[in-house]
Write a new protein. Structure first.
Length: 335
């Protein structure tokens, strides 16, 4: 082979290697710059929260570099704010090269949350929160959170189990007033169980899905005065679609959820219920209702296609029509 035929090939190889090195150099510089910005943003967030009176601690933050994103792994995080304390095994924050406005937070393992006079242990495997921020002002424009194998155990041995949870917020728009839409939401739960030491276990609820709009910007923390102010000024959850599937029972409807002065949910739904007779039998089997109340529910089943019946949450009970079918699960922040 002649020298003249080798030279062009060598030149092509050198050009290719040079381009590859420039790409890798640019990738490395971009990754270093993004990782530095992410670390600075995390430090600023922590400093701002501490300046507001929060207590935040963690072990040494470990930066990680992947082919499509950079990440900060934060071992043993602990946050205390407004009398609420949270500790976890680890937390990671990631930012993506192809979409720098896309961030992801991952929380895994056992998490402990302490409210005044209440303590719960929450385990998730894992909790993933994806969100996007606005290029103009840095505000969050949408959030999507998922969690698997969730266990929420209180110190009174009552527990909530869920195979999967999902929550998404879109069209987030910080409202000027509490009666304006803040965000659209979709919440889903699969394989839901609620167990207490005093009640017989029931079969898990297959699916719960709730869609609607948050009216007014709710506070981002849980001081009671802030929620009372939001609620008193018209802050509500306007539910446009509610679906519960607990075969052979299916409940569909819409309604409104608000909070009273002690932060207990108060809700009213107009619903259509299929399998009302089977539901009454199941509630009677588990001693959730008396025989007379079960008969009241059976008598409301007007056809096999289902029956219209209101469902309300008030006074510490969940009501179906005039029958209290369950105690309202105690929320940890409610005294």
């Amino acid at each position: 082979m002649s020298m003249t035929s080798r030279n062009p090939r060598r030149k092509l190889i050198l050009i290719g290697l040079t381009i590859l090195m420039l790409v890798l150099l640019g990738y490395g510089f971009d990754a270093f710059f993004m990782l530095s910005k992410l670390n600075d943003a995390t430090d600023r967030w922590i400093a701002d929260r501490v300046a507001q009176g929060w207590a935040i601690s963690h072990k040494e933050i470990k930066p990680k570099l992947y082919f499509d994103h950079v990440s900060l792994r934060i071992p043993n995080p602990a946050i205390s704010a407004n009398a609420v304390q949270w500790t976890g095994e680890y937390l990671s924050v990631s930012q993506y090269f192809l979409d720098p406005n896309h961030f992801k937070i991952v929380v895994n393992g056992i998490n402990s949350i302490q409210w005044p006079d209440a303590k719960v242990a929450i385990s998730v495997y894992p909790l993933r929160i994806n969100f996007h921020v606005s290029r103009s002002d840095g505000s969050i424009t949408d959030i999507n959170a998922t969690a698997n194998d969730v266990q929420w155990v209180k110190d009174d041995s009552s527990a909530i189990f869920a195979q999967a949870l999902g929550l998404s917020l879109s069209a987030i728009n910080p409202a000027q007033g509490h009666t304006k839409p803040f965000a659209n939401f979709i919440g889903t739960v699969a394989g839901l169980e609620y167990k207490t030491p005093s009640a017989a276990p029931a079969s898990p609820i297959s699916v719960v899905e709730v869609r609607g709009t948050i009216m007014g910007q709710p506070p981002m923390t849980l001081p009671q005065d802030s929620f009372n102010h939001w609620s008193a000024d018209g802050g509500t959850l306007e539910v446009s679609q509610f679906v519960l599937q607990w075969p052979p029972v299916k409940v569909e409807g819409d309604g409104t959820v608000a909070f009273d002065t002690s932060l207990k949910p108060v809700a009213a739904f107009a619903t259509h219920v299929q399998g009302l007779v089977q539901l009454a039998d199941s509630l009677r089997q588990t001693s959730a209702v008396s025989e007379s109340d079960a008969e009241t529910l059976r008598s409301a089943a007007h056809s096999q296609n289902g029956s219209a019946i209101p469902i309300t949450v008030q006074n510490g009970k969940i009501w179906m029509g005039s029958v209290a079918i369950a105690d309202q699960p105690t929320l940890p922040w409610v005294k």
